[in-house]
Design a protein around this ligand. Structure first.
Ligand SMILES: [Zn+2]
Length: 189
């Protein structure tokens, strides 16, 4: 269903195929996102600016191949710092999504970073936690839902689901997995 593109679930149990395709639009700073969320993202960025919050998108879309590279680089770094290969693989597994298991591959997830000269990370995370849903974005990996999402708390990572769904998720304090289960009765929907 075309209207369901915003609810595609990606996690460790629901990986994306290697060749997942999405039409991208590039932001002024070079990062790219799914063309369909570009207007909402620009609105969010402008609203933050108007509130004196200096943030930018440090990561938008990431391909399967780039995710693969990211995992490899992290593993190599850990090995350089003295871990065995097995230890390094285990360590990185907890921090970085495996290829196919990252929402960034969807083009619907963005990581925000503070423009350090003007705002602190704490300031931008607080603003995002309170306002992002108004533009259709949810805090995807909250502190309370680690057991369900399988990801550590990431106050910088937001996922587009659309304003209507974001509002429900925000108000009921759900994670996407819980929302889909509640709404469709099954995570497989
Ligand atoms: Zn992220």
């Amino acid at each position: 269903m075309d209207s369901m593109w915003n609810l595609i679930l990606v996690n460790k149990e629901h990986p994306l195929p290697k060749d997942f395709q999405v039409k991208l639009t590039t932001l002024p700073n070079g990062e790219a996102v799914d063309t369909r969320i570009y207007p909402a993202l620009m609105q969010l960025l402008h609203a933050a600016e108007a509130d004196g919050i200096a943030l930018y998108v440090s990561c938008g879309h990431r391909s399967y191949q780039v995710q693969e590279l990211l995992v490899d680089i992290n593993i190599q770094n850990r090995i350089k710092r003295g871990l065995s290969e097995k230890e390094a693989v285990e360590y990185v597994k907890k921090l970085v999504a495996a290829p196919g298991e990252s929402e960034h591959q969807l083009g619907l997830a963005v990581d925000f970073q503070a423009d350090a000269a003007k705002s602190t990370s704490a300031e931008i995370y607080e603003w995002l936690a309170l306002h992002a849903h108004m533009y259709g974005f949810i805090l995807r990996y909250s502190e309370e839902k680690v057991d369900i999402t399988g990801f550590r708390y990431e106050p910088w990572h937001f996922r587009y689901v659309g304003i209507e769904v974001a509002k429900v998720i925000y108000e009921k304090e759900l994670c996407l997995e819980e929302y889909l289960e509640e709404k469709y009765g099954s995570k497989e929907s």
